[in-house]
Design a protein around this ligand. Sequence first.
Ligand code: NAD
Length: 370
Amino acid sequence: MTKTHHLLILPGDGIGPEVMAQARRVIDWFAKNRGMSFELSEGLVGGAAIDAEGAAISPDTLARAAAADAVLFGSVGGPKWDQLGFDNRPEIAILELRKQLGLFANLRPATVLDPLVDASTLKPEVVRGLDIMIVRESTGGIYFGEPRGVETLPGGGKRGVNTEVYTTAEIERVARVGFELARKRKNHLCSVEKANVMESGLLWRQTVTALGAAEYPDVALSHMYADNCAMQLVRNPRQFDVIVTSNLFGDLLSDLASMLTGSLGMLPSATLGEIGADGRRPALYEPIHGSAPDIAGQGIANPLAQILSLAMLLRYSLNRDAEADMLEAACVAVLATGLRTADLAAPGQAKATTAQIGDAVLAALDRAHG
Ligand code: NAD
């Protein structure tokens, strides 16, 4: 019997619903042509949910997210909700989903697709064929550590404090994600910290080394200081396969790596939780771009980051590597024809609409399927 995959679709605000509509067409294509069975449910998040339901994400939507095999998320936010207080902003939807689903490993690929090699600010010979995966720990470290705060000193000055803190269990579970990914890729994991100046970094290095020796002796493990890693990512980015690092360093390094590719509308991401007793791993997939209010409602947004987020979902939540490969190849094929949305088009070049890119992806899938 065909397994039915339960997906929760959360389009959000701005261009979110526009790009998600194209991803839904791709899901329908896989159901029709590859014998896959999906049960889709849809919910409101972000500003749309604040307007209709009074909160950025309702308890019902959170419960449906926890029950789903995976969540496909669009983007949230926009000027309409900028005046709201910190406790009722659209972004709370993402924070709540991360918290409730225990999503601790953020996967950010930085891939340079051949037809877009000139979109990078780096020379083509440095970035051609680039294919890096950065795994960022996303629920611990300095953004959450205690003590934290700002205190007033006796002399009237102030003192701001944040604390980098990691336990061996937190390091091991994110490192495991890195090792497993490396096994599926080129079998090389680079662990990044500042063991030279931070005790938490030294513990990170020791813990990853011990885990590698005990459970992943087949994976080539290397270590790098975070400052050197930033330099190496610009100097010779193709030396990396999978990078695993803390919340703070991952925040900086994944943004740096994504700009090696030069195109915000192209980049997907995944955030994974712990594998449960039933064998399911909570997971959320989303483009790294925001809701792009400046172009929302015009039908001109690039839907490829959303569609490539669906490809990650096929690969990491549904274990459908063949379908994920097929979808990624279809996106490359579309770009190879020269079709470009406004964010990628050269000056003077005709600009494709969101729906035209969706049409072209489906046509490329049809061709590959034969
Ligand atoms: P943004 O990513 O929305 O847009 C930055 C620039 O890139 C804009 O010029 C936009 O038009 C362009 N762009 C982004 N995605 C595109 C696409 N798919 N196709 C074509 N062009 C694209 O970032 P921003 O402008 O800083 O933020 C806008 C809103 O989105 C804010 O409310 C912000 O809080 C929110 N935001 C949400 C998320 C999320 O939901 N995960 C992430 C980042 C920003």
